[in-house]
Design a protein around this ligand. Structure first.
Ligand code: FES
Length: 103
């Protein structure tokens, strides 16, 4: 079941930086990479860091605490000490708005 929720304006996103949104109590980070928008859980699976404060390297997000990395496309942990994947959320942009499918 789809449950598309409007969470932000596309204009709120900037290349290379993340923002946090909290639709329906979910803590989610949005990232813009070369014009494509990605949405992941904001909480790092390794510790109490927010990935919206991390650093984008290609299509990976580097955690600001211990430099663990996750693939923004799949959520896979790609560099230790991160080892557990993060959840990625379906995202689409329509008429300048960013929508997430919260299921
Ligand atoms: Fe994210 Fe440790 S808290 S890598």
């Amino acid at each position: 079941m789809s449950n598309w929720i409007d969470v932000a304006a596309e204009a709120d996103l900037f290349e290379g930086a993340g923002i946090a949104v909290t639709p329906c109590g979910h803590d989610i980070a949005l990232f813009s990479v070369e014009g494509q928008v990605f949405a992941t859980d904001n909480q790092c699976t390794h510790g109490p860091a927010k990935l919206c404060d991390g650093f984008i390297e290609g299509t990976e997000i580097e955690c600001p605490f211990h430099q663990g990395r996750f693939d923004l496309r799949t959520g896979a942990a790609t560099l230790e000490p991160a080892s557990k994947p993060i959840k990625v959320w379906p995202v689409k942009v329509e008429a300048g708005r960013v929508l997430l499918d919260l299921g």
